[in-house]
Design a protein around this ligand. Structure first.
Ligand SMILES: Cc1cc2nc3c(=O)[nH]c(=O)nc-3n(C[C@H](O)[C@H](O)[C@H](O)COP(=O)(O)O)c2cc1C
Length: 167
């Protein structure tokens, strides 16, 4: 198994709890699960796989703790690293910006040389628009714990099957 670091940005705790569920399922220990506000270049360099999670706030904005963290990541050469994304949002109240934050992270990292993995079909979701959809698929797992918490576990399990964490 490759060395995996999980970073989350979470205002009310939902994305953090999803990060911890993912960590448990992948066997990632607590010391490798980090608040995005603690992200440093040195920390990132120690991982082969980065799992990055954000909730979406405002009108389709990334969670606050990602602003500085994204500046750091966007300035790095992430060639050879695999990046998987997860996002928390509310597809009913924010149907036009559902999980946009995940799309913003993806856009900001595009030029770093990293390889993305873990895109999933939009089937089973109801929303109007999302920056996290590229070529008809979510670029990571979209979680709606506000309206569909019963689907969270299964969505994570399906997404995990698509990750490039073993080779
Ligand atoms: C003021 C406000 C703005 C929000 N904006 C969005 C949004 O644009 N898109 C979206 O998908 N969810 C939006 N949400 C929903 C949150 O992303 C959702 O509640 C999420 O689970 C919060 O996760 P966190 O506790 O980890 O920050 C918003 C929620 C609030 C209260």
């Amino acid at each position: 198994m490759k060395k995996i670091g999980i970073f989350y940005g979470s205002t009310t705790g939902t994305t953090e709890s999803v990060a911890r569920i993912i960590a448990k399922k992948l066997g990632v220990s607590d010391e490798n699960v980090h608040d995005a506000s603690k992200l440093t270049k040195e920390l990132v360099e120690g991982y082969e796989v980065l799992i990055l999670g954000t909730s979406t706030w405002g009108d389709g904005e990334v969670q606050d703790d990602w602003y500085d963290a994204l500046k750091i990541l966007a300035g790095m050469n992430l060639t050879g690293k695999c990046v998987a994304l997860f996002g928390c949002g509310d597809s009913e109240s924010y149907s036009d910006t559902f999980c946009d934050g995940m799309g913003i992270i993806h856009d900001d990292l595009k030029a770093t040389g990293c390889k993305f993995c873990g895109s999933i079909p939009v089937d089973g979701y109801t929303f109007d628009n999302s920056k996290a959809v590229i070529d008809g698929k979510f670029i990571g797992v979209a979680i709606d714990d506000v309206n569909e918490d019963g689907k969270t576990e299964e969505r994570i399990d399906e997404w995990i099957k698509t990750l490039c964490i073993n080779n």
